[in-house]
Design a protein around this ligand. Structure first.
Ligand code: COA
Length: 331
């Protein structure tokens, strides 16, 4: 069976940059609190005319261009987001339409911050079995329009940013390269520790003015529990991806942890005993962009030359569900 290689990558973030100080006009917070607790200095927010699929289109155009491909060369779209353009259908078909293509399947993945890894796992299996040859894997999010920008929501509001990252995946005949393995996990016992409890089928009524007044449509989180799980689950899944491939932490050229919080990334690095140069973080500039965080960081590593052919790349993510995972890739 052929392995899956990354043919090209691309990312897009909206123009508007929101610095920490801007939040002080809406809520009781400070640049110092946000920087110290999260490592975030600024994030990008969308303009009013932009939906999630619009961000994905921009990132996709870049990746297609770099691959020397047309949208019509794609034979499948896997779109990971928790922020679809509409309640239904998922964002994948809107991206497909905006790319001007038809007749290819669009799979929507909703595994939040782990979405890109879950999507990679599926795309990799499809490519290895020969079902698809050119898969567009997308992680794209708009968080900014769904945040509680008052002091009540300050623990969540300061964390998130908008953006999109994509990868075009296909089979490689080079036996030494490609996705070595993916490892995805979930534990639904913790679902309510990071969730948005409104608009779904469990609610009666599904949506009411009272629920909106109570702010139930905003995502809610028990930050300390999330922190604890994220900083232990990610290193454990990284170790699994190394062990099954007969590798050690010394072999890692670049680890890209999901950009949830700089302090979580530092804990992951410490537990794995990695040097600073082995771990890539950009949360200071983008905040947590959920499913987009890994592909945005990945594209930065590729474009800057930090990641070169033959290097061992390890990805790891953790998010709502709880869901988490890792992937080992020989670039
Ligand atoms: N500005 C100022 N103060 C804030 C604040 C903000 N934006 N958000 C929360 N606080 C306050 C709290 O209200 C609390 O005040 P109190 O002591 O008067 O009650 C105080 O800061 C400490 O809150 P706490 O939640 O204990 O802080 P923390 O050190 O755990 O940091 C997070 C909070 C959210 C930064 C941290 O828990 C975290 O990063 N968790 C993981 C979040 C995450 O990554 N989620 C996505 C996963 S994919």
């Amino acid at each position: 069976m052929p392995r899956t290689e990354f043919i090209s990558t691309g990312f897009y973030v909206p123009e508007r940059v929101v610095k920490n100080d801007e939040f002080t006009q809406w809520m009781d917070t400070s640049d110092e609190w946000i920087k110290t607790r999260t490592g975030i200095a600024e994030r990008h927010w969308v303009a009013d005319h932009q939906a999630t699929s619009d961000l994905a289109v921009e990132a996709t155009k870049l990746a297609l261009d770099r691959a020397g491909m047309q949208a019509s060369d794609l034979d499948c779209i896997v779109f990971a987001t928790l922020a679809g353009d509409y309640m239904m259908p998922g964002a994948g078909v809107f991206l497909q339409r905006k790319l001007g293509i038809t007749n290819i399947p669009c799979l929507d993945v909703r595994n939040q911050c782990s979405g890109f890894l879950y999507g990679l796992s599926v795309a990799d299996a499809w490519i290895r079995t020969g079902q698809y040859q050119r898969v567009l894997l997308v992680g794209a999010e708009i968080q900014s329009i769904g945040l509680d920008l008052t002091t009540r929501g300050r623990d969540m509001a300061v964390l998130f940013g908008d953006g999109a990252g994509v990868a075009i995946l296909g089979p490689t005949s080079d036996e030494g390269r490609g996705v070595l393995s993916t490892h995805i996990f979930a534990d639904g016992r913790y679902a309510e520790l990071l969730w948005a409890n409104l608009g779904g089928s469990a609610n009666r009524p599904r949506l009411s003015a009272q629920q909106l007044e109570q702010g139930m449509h905003f995502p809610q989180m028990q930050g300390r529990e999330v922190f604890k799980h994220a900083s232990t689950r990610m290193p454990a899944s990284v170790m699994e991806s190394l062990t099954v491939n007969g590798l050690t932490t010394n072999d890692i050229k670049v680890l890209i942890p999901h950009q949830a919080n700089m302090r979580i990334s530092e804990m992951v690095q410490k537990q794995l005993g990695l040097r600073d140069d082995q771990v890539y973080n950009n949360i200071d500039r983008y905040g947590n962009t959920t499913a987009a965080s890994i592909p945005i960081a990945l594209d930065e590593c590729v474009q800057s030359g930090k990641l070169k052919r033959g290097d061992l790349l390890v990805l790891t993510a953790f998010g709502s569900g709880f869901t988490w995972g890792s992937a080992a890739i020989r670039w």
